[in-house]
Design a protein around this ligand. Structure first.
Ligand code: SAM
Length: 236
């Protein structure tokens, strides 16, 4: 999981979205374990507490600040249609699953390496999406071809630029291949990508298979990060 996307701590809210909770810690409370955590962990906590999107996620009951990224993409591009079927790759802790359900999806299946706490109305599977047979498992759980395939998958970076880059591209290619094989005609695919990366091959393939392919940087994506999403719409 990228540092950007660790789960938002949850606190009291007016009306939690599906899978949200009114329980949690208020901002004023002291983090008792912070002194025992590693330096990077402490820096991450400080950044989260200072981040307005994390604060909003906590207040409104979204499981991650990433929820706002999908809302912003959907607001601009109308991706989540009422009654649609959605597959969410790299779904933990579940922010995008919550948004898809909240905006009218009738079936949502999420998969992640990490366990995802139950969200009413969604089927959540703990597995490595790159492993053989997991794609079939997702399709069986969805009960029909998806209208929308989302991938926010991000591996744990190891700090070796070339290796990290190859891993990013591999995840994008596997997700794109799955979307192309399974989406209904007219369907859409969203994948996390990184500026400056070499996603040229997969971009060309997406342009052949979809009517439009555009980059999108949601407002909630950190300004300094190279994260950008590729949004492919209208599967041919
Ligand atoms: N969109 C999510 C949300 O709204 O809560 C946040 C997703 S987070 C940025 C990326 C996730 O991708 C991590 O939880 C990570 O475990 C998952 N991931 C990375 N590689 C994966 C793989 N091969 N199979 C399944 N999940 C994977």
């Amino acid at each position: 999981m990228s540092e950007d996307e660790k789960p938002a701590e949850r606190r009291r809210m007016v009306k939690p979205p599906t899978g949200g909770t009114a329980a949690g810690r208020g901002m004023g409370q002291k983090i008792k374990t912070a002194d025992k955590k590693s330096m990077s962990s402490q820096q991450w906590i400080k950044r989260q507490l200072a981040d307005p999107w994390s604060e909003r996620a906590r207040a409104e009951g979204w499981r991650s600040r990433a929820a706002f990224k999908l809302m912003q993409m959907d607001d601009h591009l109308g991706l989540i249609k009422p009654g649609c079927r959605v597959i969410d790759l790299g779904a933990a802790p579940g922010g995008w699953v919550q948004v898809a359900l909240d905006r009218g999806a009738k079936a949502v299946v999420g998969v992640d390496l990490l366990p995802i706490e139950h969200i009413a109305g969604a089927e959540l599977i703990q597995a490595d999406f790159t492993h053989a047979g997991v794609d079939r498992q997702l399709m069986e759980a969805l009960g029909g071809a998806p209208d929308l395939v989302l991938s926010d998958m991000a591996h744990n970076t190891i700090g070796h630029r070339q290796t990290d880059h190859l891993k990013i591209i591999a995840l994008i290619e596997i997700a794109a291949d799955f979307a192309i094989r399974t989406l209904k005609p007219g369907g859409a695919f969203v994948t996390k990508n990184f500026q400056g990366g070499n996603a040229g091959g997969v971009l060309a393939r997406l342009r052949e298979e979809f009517e439009t392919v555009k980059p999108f940087k949601p407002e909630a994506s950190r300004k300094g990060s190279s994260e950008v999403y590729l949004v492919a719409t209208n599967r041919r």
